[in-house]
Structure formats: structure tokens, C-alpha cells
Design a protein around this ligand. Sequence first.
Ligand code: AMP
Ligand code: MG
Length: 487
Amino acid sequence: MKRLSELTLDNRFARLGDTFSTAVAPLPIAAPRLVVASPAALALLDLEPAAADDPQLVAFCAGQQPWPGAEPRAMVYSGHQFGFYNPQLGDGRGLLLGEAVNAAGERWELHLKGAGKTPYSRMGDGRAVLRSSIREFLASEHLHALGVPSSRALCVISSDTPVWRETEERAATLLRLAPSHVRFGHFEFFYYSRQPEALRQLLDHVIAEHFADCLAQPDPYRAFFDRVLERTAALLARWQAYGFCHGVMNTDNMSILGITFDFGPYAFLDDFDPGFVCNHSDDTGRYAFDNQVPIAHWNLSALAQALTPFVDKDSLLDSLKRFLPLFRGSWLELMRRRLGLVTAEAEDRERVQRLLQLMQGSAVDYSRFFRELGDSPAPAALQRLREDFLDLAGFDAWAEDHLARLARDGEPDEAARRARMQAVNPKYILRNYLAQEAIEAAERGDYGPVRELHAVLSRPFDEQPGMERYAERPPEWGKHLEISCSS
Ligand code: AMP
Ligand code: MG
């Protein structure tokens, strides 16, 4: 374990040169204080939980004191936003400080979000508000705990620095961790700005750092695309299986590592509603829950386009064909586990689809259904859950088939099956209204609720006596919160 002062950074991305990023010093925020920190994220840097109480952490993250070895840089990228190409995006309010290597040899990049203006800020002020920083913090750490790959969040710092959104708010910063901050949009930038040599340099860098196994392949660039595609398919399988709606799947928000990245107006489904649109600026429903898979595929084709100078087009098209089968296989596997099944039958896909249709027709709470299914022996659990469905005949037929399916599944030990189910079906899920309550308290200066919520959500599968209120159905007002895109 290290003390905070012993953590030194090294920014290797900066050494790629000014074509890829620009040196920018963070602009300090006033009267900074720690809102919440993640012990699990601190541990990634070999820091003890007590590092959160070190005033230096606040000074580093408020931009008041430089992190030893840090070389803050704003990265340039572009991307397709809502289907349209925007030639110039980039880190408009976040800076890549550098990377830390932990005792396990893992490299974690530290990125300070809300650090002030950069050459890519366009009309923005370079700041992040407290509510959006808390939302990103909670989601990053909760997704990770759910087993969904995500960028991580080490802490949120609040301040007295005013920022103007729909109304006056306070500036905050968030310290994000990820092995790489390279997005699909990075490749699009160098492709569309016709800088093939820079594009190749970026590819070589990313492959050497994060996809070294591709170097042994006959065509490392194509192998790289295949890996990104595989990871993205696995990510989408998890989003869809756990009811996570990202909300802004622009190509600049897609990580090449296949991790959940750049949180905006995301939401976990409460009632099962496949057409749910969590981003209230998304008028056409482009990023609706049930459109996330085709959009991920579309985003991969945008990445493929950017690789055409180096990879044969037909090979890329062949690779793209693998996406849907990979997604479907991975998703079905997760859904089987959520239902407590260990074996596979050809009709399982229809079984799951039928269940989802029944849920949709009755506005059944998506997360609670699976958790309750494992709370008691299957016949009793199904009897209890039946009350939530409107189409009783439909549900009875499904339940009868499910019991027969379980009998064929060959797990004689009912308790063991239920324990397996509870390990994949969260009791606690980050519902929008829970985040909202914690944010409102934090905006009043009370950080207790966000800290407690974070602690509960970092063990989503565990029974946590005394915390049951966090596992309840959302109140009616909490189901239809409109989350603004402004952040
Ligand atoms: P996002 O919607 O957060 O993914 O951001 C899209 C682009 O806008 C990125 O280039 C961001 O860096 C930039 N951006 C978002 N908010 C701000 C802000 N307040 N100040 C400067 N740039 C911003
Ligand atoms: Mg973004």
C-alpha cells in the first residue's frame, strides 16, 4: 500500500506529441471539499481507504496542486453525434493527468473531469456540475460491482465556484480511472482529417499498450478491430441483461476497451420497457434501450470506416457480421444465469423473449423480478411473482414451462441454485430516483446520503440488513425523472 504522496504519474500518451493532445494546466476550483471517494478505486492505485481523508487528494483534484509526475493533456478526437459527424470534439473539460502502475503491474490512467477550459471546449466553460459528477461516480462504481465493464471513479470534489446551466450551480470535479481513454472518435478524427500517419501511430500505440496479443496475428490491425468488436458485444450483452440504458452512444463516447464510458443521462430500467429513452433530448429515440445493440453495431461500422486505410474493406465487413451473433450468445448466457439455468436448450431464447414480453405488458420491475425469483424455492417464487402480471394465463404458461425446464436442468440442490442466482441478480440497483435523492442532499452540503448509497451499491448482490429501503420499488415520481443532457 502507498501513501498518496508516493503515487507518481507518468503520461506516456503525452509523449505521442502535440498531434494527439495539448498541454493544459487545470484551472482550480474554489473552496474544494471531498464529496465521496471509492475505496475500491483507491485500491486500484494501491492506496488505502484513508487516502480519501488526505487533504492532498482534494488539492490534487481541485487543480490546486499538481500531482507528482502529472503532465495534464487535453486529447483531441471527433465523432458521430446522433448520427452526424462532428469533425472537432476532444477533451473540452477533462484532462489526462498521466498513468499510475499498481503492484499488480496494471496501468491506470487518471483523468480529471471538470478541470477548466481547453482548446476543445468550443462554447463550453470546461466545468462539470456536482449532480452530473455524482451520477458518473455512482454509475461507474456500481456497474463495476455488477460485473459490467466500466471506467472507474475515484472521487468527487465539490466547490464554491459557480457555473451556469439552466440555473446557477456549483463546479465539481471527478477523478476518472481507465486503462485507456481512447475512443472510437479518436480514430475517426485522424481518418477524416486525412492524417494517415498519425492514424497509424495511434493504432500502433493502442495495440502495443492494450491489444498486444494482436501483434502475433497475421493482420494486427484487423485483429485489433475484431477485439474491439468482441469487447463491445460483451459489453452490450451486459447492458441489455442488466437493463442499463447509456443514453448518449455517440462514437466519441465509445471506449475502444469495450467499457462503459462517458456518463450522461443514463438510467437503469425500473419497469421493463424496451422502448425506454432516458435522454430527454433524444427526440427520435435513437438511443432507446432496445436500440442500443443496433447502435453499437453502427458505431463499430463507423470505427471500421476509419480503419479502411489499413484494413481491407471486405475483411472489416466480415468482422462486422460477427457482432450480432456474439452479442446474442453472450446475452443469452447471462439471461440463463439470471434464470438459474446452467445447461442450454435451443428454445431458451424464446423462453426469455416470452418472459420479457409478459413483463413489458405488465410493467413489471425488471431487477426485482429476477432477484425475487431466487428468493424462495421456484414454485413459491413464481406464485408470488404471478401477482405482478396482468396476463395471468400467459404467465402461468411461462411458469409451468420454466418449472419443467428447471427440472431438466439437473440441479438437484435448490438452495445451491438460488445462491447462484443471487450472485448474478442484484438486490440493489442504481435507480434514478435514488441518485436524485442523494444529489439533492449533496447540493445542500449533506454528503452522508451519497456516501451511503455508494457503499450499498458497491455490494449490489449482498443482503445488507438495514438498507432494504434502497431495494424497494421506485415511487411513482421516481420512475419518470427527466434527466437533462446538460452536465
Ligand atoms: P459529452 O456530451 O459530455 O460526451 O461531450 C461532448 C463534447 O462536448 C466533448 O468534446 C466534451 O468535452 C464537450 N463538453 C461537454 N461539456 C462541456 C463543458 N461544460 N465545457 C467544455 N466542453 C464540454
Ligand atoms: Mg463525451
